[in-house]
Design a protein around this ligand. Structure first.
Ligand code: PAF
Length: 310
């Protein structure tokens, strides 16, 4: 970290190559080990993968990682593999200076912001992680190939951040991207990736809108219309807590009644498998209500875990 000599928080060390990332984290972990002296507890590294365009939701990821780890690394990489549409990729917010300020305030040690050539030196990867069946439903059905591209870059980032066997390793992801989080947990389980995946709760604006890097593209009236998504989820949550039937069709009709909102899906799923409870002979356990809609040109997603009444 760079000391500014003032009261402003220290700017994280910015690196753009995997070699510099490894050198920086090895040095910081070594210092943490020295501070621990003869303690048997190994130092820990927390990695927060992001695509930049950071907001308070990311600040919550970084601060959660800060509280739990000796060394915190945030990666910022707009991953072309997970965008189906070039226009969407081009429009994705790139706000590195603001991002660094936000991460400094969270006490992040290192920011890894590689270019495309550093991440994919052989060009577009031929070999990718496949999200399988779970990547074909809901978000996967609307955004073909998205989850394969996302898992491929997350696998690479987890490998690049790997602190070796002498440190604990955790990676932090937001619960707003619930299907992404479930797939990452599944990849780590299925492929024996030596990292502990930590989900961090959704951060909302005071009026209920889940924070997203894409919210900045909403016009004023679109933003007001978008509130129907969190309102409907809250309604389902309240009904579930009272043990009432959920009536998804009427909830869908409430969303469809908003002129500026084009509903993609509203479903209740198992939060680990993303199967509809009851499918495959599964007994209903935990239930997650998930919603996606296009509001103007902006695609938004949100979710809430439904309580089991009684
Ligand atoms: O959630 C995101 O910002 C991205 O999907 C991730 C996990 C950083 C992979 O590019």
């Amino acid at each position: 970290m760079t000391s500014t000599g003032t009261d402003s928080p220290a700017t994280p060390l910015l690196v753009s190559s995997a070699a510099k990332l490894r050198a920086a984290t090895a040095e910081l972990l070594e210092r943490a080990r020295d501070r621990r002296g003869s303690s048997d507890v190994p130092p820990s590294l927390g990695l927060v993968p992001t695509m930049g365009g950071l907001h308070e939701g990311h600040a919550s990821l970084a601060s959660t990682a800060r509280r739990a780890n000796d060394v915190v690394v945030v990666s910022i990489f707009v991953n072309p593999l997970q965008f189906g549409d070039q226009a969407d990729l081009d429009r994705y917010p790139r706000t590195l200076d603001d991002d660094l300020r936000l991460l400094a305030a969270c006490g992040v040690d290192v920011v890894f912001a590689p270019g495309v050539e550093e991440m994919y030196p052989g060009g577009e990867p031929l070999v990718r992680v496949s999200a399988g069946r779970m990547g074909e439903v809901l978000e996967g059905a609307s955004r073909p190939g998205h989850f394969d591209g996302m898992l491929t870059v997350v696998a690479k980032l987890l490998n690049l951040g790997l602190p070796g066997t002498t440190a604990d390793y955790r990676a932090y992801f937001g619960e707003k991207d619930a299907q992404q989080l479930a797939l990452i947990r599944r990849m780590v389980l299925d492929l024996d990736v030596p990292v502990s995946i930590q989900g961090v709760p959704i951060v909302r604006d005071a009026d209920g809108l889940a924070l997203s890097s894409r919210n900045r593209f909403l016009e004023h009236d679109e933003r007001s219309a978008a509130l129907v998504l969190s309102r409907v989820l809250r309604g389902l949550h309240d009904r579930a807590s009272r043990g009432e039937p959920l009536d998804l069709n009427s909830a869908r009709a409430d969303i469809a009644a908003e002129d500026l909102v084009d509903l993609d899906y509203l479903e209740v799923v198992d939060p680990s498998s993303f199967a509809v409870p009851g499918d495959d002979g599964e007994r209903a356990g935990q239930r997650l209500a998930v919603v996606a809609a296009r509001v103007g040109a902006v695609r938004l997603i949100d979710n809430t875990l439904l309580p089991n009444a009684g």
